[in-house]
Design a protein around this ligand. Structure first.
Ligand code: HEM
Length: 443
């Protein structure tokens, strides 16, 4: 197998890696612990049969799939030799809980407060079933359950159900799932015509990346066509967010404009870059136009889209920043959990709601961890001092968010923290051939 071919081996790559999740969606995450090597290998053998590949994106079942990923502890439980284990990325080997300080998971977000068993060494395998609706999800789940049910030596230890909210927005009320990078050789069109497709090696191991390198494991086919995933259960304080908007709205910046300044998009999905003064819901849902913009030429100072807003931090596009944005791109597969807080309600009802944030990429360090630590939890890169992401940052008392304006910027002091980490894991999503190797079937 050559590493320089532009085409990706789609039939060996799991569906969940490249294909955007359906919209609307229903999804379930199931975590498994492997207590016995033989049972673990049997599990991998069963899973290799139900996992769908990224080939044939137009098949009728293309929107429903089961994916599998393993944590470092999971690879160990499957008896993967030390030399192979050491060939995986350093961050993956540490695990998310060990990286907490660097990720801003401190205080109430720190691992000792995480939902069990997230972040514990018994979290070995994660199965994810995704589909457009509850009915087809049930079928996918039944296939997923068959891979481990009735088996001694493999135990289901955690389950998380996710579903599109009735308004098809994320819990704060914004349209999500808009901007995705294009990947060379994937056959899946990108969302921003102004962004050149990224090299496949940014997202899949075994291919050339933007820096000209190729990530390899030992043996090479163990990593090839696989990718790293990050999933984080992020609790969202929706009532606090709404109260904050209400308390800080002014005659010049009403609640909706303030929310848009924090996100960089109106709740409809329409970007401030294209409609800075008024929402344009038609543009918000028009996938041909709603991501077709850059920042530098007509908004270098952030008068339309603040440098500190969520989307401009997460993808500065062509904006002048310290560093190169292209090597920090990521694929996202967020799904909401918990009930919708009904429109207009300003008091917390005590329900747990938020996002299961999911990252897919070949470089945990320079993609997920860099963005989380430098772009979310530090504002130096765009000249924004210590200010954190106003929506998802690990904000400390006394921190602020600046909205550039003429004649003077508006500085919102004392930003509250709206998102708390409930836990998470780093995983490796192997190619289908590698799954069979993990099952002990292929040498
Ligand atoms: C509860 C937490 C979060 C919420 C509610 C949230 C919500 C959103 C929304 C509504 C968008 C705009 C729509 C879109 O382009 O899909 C967006 C974009 C994005 N978010 Fe988040 N997000 C959260 C956490 C994160 C985290 C932790 C990261 C990375 C570590 C992240 C990375 C991104 C990226 C890369 C984009 C696309 C930016 C672009 O290309 O324009 N988000 N997010």
């Amino acid at each position: 197998m050559s590493t320089t071919v532009p085409g990706l081996e789609l039939d060996d790559i799991q569906s969940g890696v490249l294909r955007p999740r359906p919209a609307p969606y229903a999804a379930t995450y199931i975590a498994l612990r492997i207590d016995d090597l033989k049972a673990g290998q049997q599990l991998m053998q069963n899973v290799a049969k139900v996992v769908t590949s990224a080939a044939n994106p137009s098949s009728p079942t293309a929107d429903t799939w089961v994916s599998v990923a393993l944590t470092y502890q999971g690879l160990k439980a499957l008896g993967v030799p030390a030399k192979s284990l050491e060939s995986f990325s350093w961050e993956f080997r540490q695990g998310m809980a060990a990286r907490a300080k660097d990720l801003g998971d401190v205080g109430e977000s720190s691992p000792e407060n995480w939902e069990k068993p997230l972040g514990s060494p018994e979290f070995h395998v994660i199965l994810v079933a995704v589909s457009p609706d509850a009915q087809s999800l049930e079928a996918a789940l039944a296939r997923a359950r068959k891979t481990y049910e009735g088996m001694t030596g493999v135990v289901a230890i955690w389950r998380q159900d996710c579903h599109a909210l009735p308004n098809e927005k994320e819990p704060f009320g914004f349209k999500d799932g808009i901007s995705h990078p294009a990947i060379e050789g994937s056959g899946i069109p990108g969302t921003n015509p102004k962004e050149r497709p990224l090299k496949a090696g940014e997202f899949v191991l075994g291919y050339t990346d933007e820096m000209g390198g190729v990530q390899k494991t030992e043996p090479e086919f163990l990593g090839r066509n696989g990718t790293y995933i990050v999933f984080r259960k992020l609790h969202q304080r929706v009532a606090d967010f709404r109260k904050y908007l209400k308390a800080n709205a002014t005659s010049e910046m009403d609640e909706e404009l303030l929310a848009a300044k924090m996100m960089g998009r109106w709740r409809s999905g329409a970007p401030l870059a294209l409609c800075p003064l008024h929402d344009n819901p038609e543009l918000g849902v028009d996938s041909k136009r709603n991501n077709d913009f850059l920042f530098q030429q007509d908004d270098a100072a952030g008068f339309k889209t603040p440098g500190g807003s969520h989307i401009r931090r997460m993808n500065p596009r062509d904006a002048e920043i310290a560093g190169v944005a292209r090597i920090h791109r990521m694929i996202r597969r967020g799904t909401a959990y918990g009930p919708l807080l009904p429109e207009g309600v300003l008091d917390d009802d005590g329900a747990d709601r938020g996002l299961i944030f999911a990252f897919v990429g070949a470089h945990l360090g320079r993609q997920f961890e860099f963005v989380q630590s430098q772009w979310i939890n530090d504002g130096i890169f765009f000249g924004g001092n210590n200010d954190k992401d106003p929506l998802v940052g690990a904000t400390q008392p006394g921190e602020s968010f600046s909205v550039p304006r003429r004649p003077v910027r508006r500085r919102l002091q004392g930003m509250p923290r709206f998102v708390v980490t409930r836990g998470g894991e780093y995983g490796f999503m192997p190619g289908i051939r590698a799954l069979r190797w993990l099952a002990g079937l292929e040498a």
